[in-house]
Design a protein around this ligand. Structure first.
Ligand code: PGA
Length: 263
């Protein structure tokens, strides 16, 4: 991927709080992220995906600030008898613009198939949310040499359902399952290799899709972020554990800004 084309892609750092947070600690974290983001918003986009009950709090603190907010999952339905589900439109009413879909924890603990994840991505787009579609292989799959087959099939499920125009509006997060929450990040070279594969697959569908932002997720920390974000096909990060401390999250954002400026 040439440096020029890389410059045209949007650079992101998005926090995935998972099921963490309480009102008081969120208030301090959101405010610190909003304050710190002010110096970086000219170069990169920053977002946080919070537990759904805290959307109103995110909206109250982040409105007018250069930090987007969103949810960690959405229903494939707009409304109806689906106890416990949250519609994309409901998130939109609280100013959300982002929705993680297909996180490996949803795939593993809630048996979400790639087809369901694709339907969620489309639902998000219909509601006006940017879906961050997560894909990634397990350790067994990597060790069996099937990483490309696995992530390729996960990506294809989405590309088969969406039109090219719709697919151009998604963000993809490559998150190797073995690297999530384990402290064992993929090396920059391992991540880059998969990102290059994914970008080629997107471009194969339509040349315009080469610009889809590809984030890396899985034990991104302040000390490995620069090496990861410096890779030609890595457009940013989806950050779990390190998004819960403002200092750590902002250090990762700063690494992304530095990597963007070095391009
Ligand atoms: P982690 O999680 O940064 O804690 O590894 C990333 C994710 O699951 O999105």
């Amino acid at each position: 991927m040439s440096e020029k084309r890389s410059e045209q892609r949007v650079k992101w750092v998005v926090g995935n709080w998972k099921m963490h947070g309480r009102l008081a600690e969120n208030a301090a974290l959101l405010q610190a992220v909003a304050d710190g983001a002010a110096a970086m918003a000219d170069t990169i986009r920053i977002g946080v995906c919070v537990p759904t009950p805290y959307l109103a709090q995110a909206q109250a603190v982040l409105s007018g600030k250069p930090v987007a907010w969103g949810v960690q999952d959405i229903s494939t339905y707009t409304h109806g008898a689906y106890t416990g589900e949250v519609a994309a439109e409901m998130a939109c009413e609280f100013g959300a613009t982002l929705a993680i879909v297909g996180h490996s924890e949803r795939r593993a603990y809630h048996a979400e198939s790639s087809e369901l994840v694709a339907a969620k991505a489309r639902r998000a787009l219909e509601a006006g949310l940017t879906p961050i579609v997560c894909i990634g292989e397990t350790l067994d799959e990597r060790e069996a040499g099937t990483t490309e087959a696995v992530v390729g099939a996960q990506l294809d499920a989405v590309l088969n359902l969406l039109s090219v125009e719709e697919a151009a509006r998604i963000v993809i997060a490559y998150e190797p399952v073995w690297a999530i929450g384990t402290g064992r990040s993929a090396t920059a070279e391992q991540a880059q290799a998969v990102h290059a594969f994914l970008r080629a697959r997107l471009a194969q569908k339509d040349s315009s899709l080469a610009r889809v932002p590809l984030l890396y997720g899985g034990s991104v920390k302040a000390d490995n972020a620069l090496a990861l974000f410096g890779q030609a096909d890595i457009d940013g990060g989806l950050i779990g554990g390190a998004s819960l401390k403002s200092q750590d999250f902002l250090a990762i954002c700063a690494a992304q800004k530095a990597a963007s400026q070095a391009r």
